[in-house]
Design a protein around this ligand. Structure first.
Ligand code: NAD
Length: 260
C-alpha cells in the first residue's frame, strides 16, 4: 500500500517508532529511521528491516532537541528519496516530578523533543507534500493529550500541545490531500515501560503482577497493555485511501482510559 512512498519516522530505533517503521516497510515504503542508541545495534536494525522487506532504509542520528537538526533530517530524507510522503513524529521522553521541584532543563527538554521538534519537522516536510499533492502526518501523542496525571506536567503539556498542533495543521492543508492526525495510546508494552517495573516493585514493595495490574494498568479499564503492533497498524491505516477523510483527529488507543 505504501509502495514507492518514503517515510520519516522519528524515534524509530526502539518501541513504538520501530514497530511503525517495520509495518511501513512491510507495506513497501522506503524509510528514514532516526533515534539515539548503540550504533552497532541501530545498524543491525536498519540492515535487518532492509533485508526482511526489500526496501531502502536509511538512518539519521539527528538529535531532535536541536531545531536545525530536525530540519536537516527532513531535507536529507527528501534528497535521498525525492520526497517525504509520510512523516511520523514519534520521538519522546518522560520525566516525573512534582512541579515545584521539576528540573528546569528536563521540563524544557520534554517540550522541545515531544512538541517543538514536531513543529520543525512538519514545517520542513509540508512544502514537498504540497508539491506532490499527497501527504500523511502522524503524531504519536498519548492519552495524556486528553487527561492529566500528577507529576507529569511537562509531558501532559507537550501532549496536549501536540493535539492542538495536529488539529491546526490538518485545517491548514485540508484541501491539499494531506492529512494530519495523532495516535493517543494509553500504556503500551515497550522496553521503556518494562524497565520501570523492578524499581516500582522495590519502591512500593509490590510483586511484578501488582505493579502491572494496580499501578501501570490502574487507569486502563481493559487491564491490558496496548501493543506496539496495534499502534503501528493504526498508523498504516491512517496512510490508506480509506482514511483520507480522517484528519485533525486525535485518536485514542487506550483500553478505555479516556472514556472514564
Ligand atoms: P522509546 O523510549 O522506546 O522510544 C523513544 C525513541 O525516541 C527512541 O528511538 C529514542 O532513541 C528516541 N529519542 C529519544 N531522544 C531523542 C532525541 N533527542 N533525538 C532523537 N530521537 C530521540 O519510547 P516509546 O514508548 O516507544 O515512545 C514513543 C512515543 O510514544 C513517545 O512520543 C511517547 O511519549 C509515546 N507514548 C508512549 C507510551 C508508552 O506507554 N510506551 C504511551 C503513550 C505515548
Amino acid at each position: 500500500m505504501l509502495k514507492d512512498k518514503a517515510a520519516v519516522i522519528t524515534g524509530s530505533t526502539s518501541g513504538i517508532g520501530l514497530a511503525i517503521a517495520r509495518a511501513f516497510a512491510k507495506e513497501g515504503a522506503h524509510l528514514m529511521i532516526n533515534g539515539l542508541g548503540d550504533a552497532a545495534e541501530i545498524e543491525k536494525t536498519r540492515a535487518g528491516i532492509e533485508a526482511e522487506f526489500g526496501v531502502k532504509v536509511l538512518y539519521s542520528g539527528a538529535n531532535l532537541m536541536n531545531g536545525p537538526e530536525v530540519t536537516k533530517l527532513i531535507a536529507d530524507a527528501a534528497e535521498a528519496f525525492g520526497a517525504v510522503d509520510v512523516l511520523v513524529n514519534n520521538a519522546g521522553i518522560q520525566h516525573v516530578d512534582p512541579i515545584d521541584v521539576f528540573p528546569d532543563d528536563k521540563w524544557e527538554a520534554i517540550i522541545r523533543l515531544n512538541l517543538v521538534a514536531s513543529f520543525y519537522a512538519i514545517k520542513a516536510a509540508l512544502p514537498g507534500m504540497k508539491h506532490k499533492g499527497w501527504g500523511r502526518i502522524i503524531n504519536t501523542a498519548s492519552a495524556h493529550a486528553f487527561v492529566a496525571s500528577p507529576f507529569k506536567s511537562a509531558y501532559v503539556s507537550a501532549k496536549h500541545g501536540i493535539a492542538g498542533l495536529t488539529k491546526t495543521v490538518a485545517l491548514e492543508v485540508a484541501q491539499q490531500n494531506i492529512t494530519c492526525n495523532s495516535i493517543c495510546p494509553g500504556y503500551v508494552w515497550t522496553p521503556l515501560v518494562e524497565a520501570q517495573i523492578p524499581d516500582t516493585m522495590k519502591a512500593r514493595n509490590l510483586t511484578k503482577e501488582q505493579v502491572i495490574h494496580d499501578v501501570l494498568l490502574a487507569a486502563q479499564p481493559t487491564k491490558q497493555f496496548v501493543t506496539v503492533d496495534q499502534v503501528a497498524a493504526l498508523a498504516v491505516f491512517l496512510c490508506s485511501d480509506a482514511a483520507s477523510q480522517i484528519t485533525g483527529a486525535n485518536l485514542p488507543m487506550d483500553g478505555g482510559w479516556t472514556a472514564e
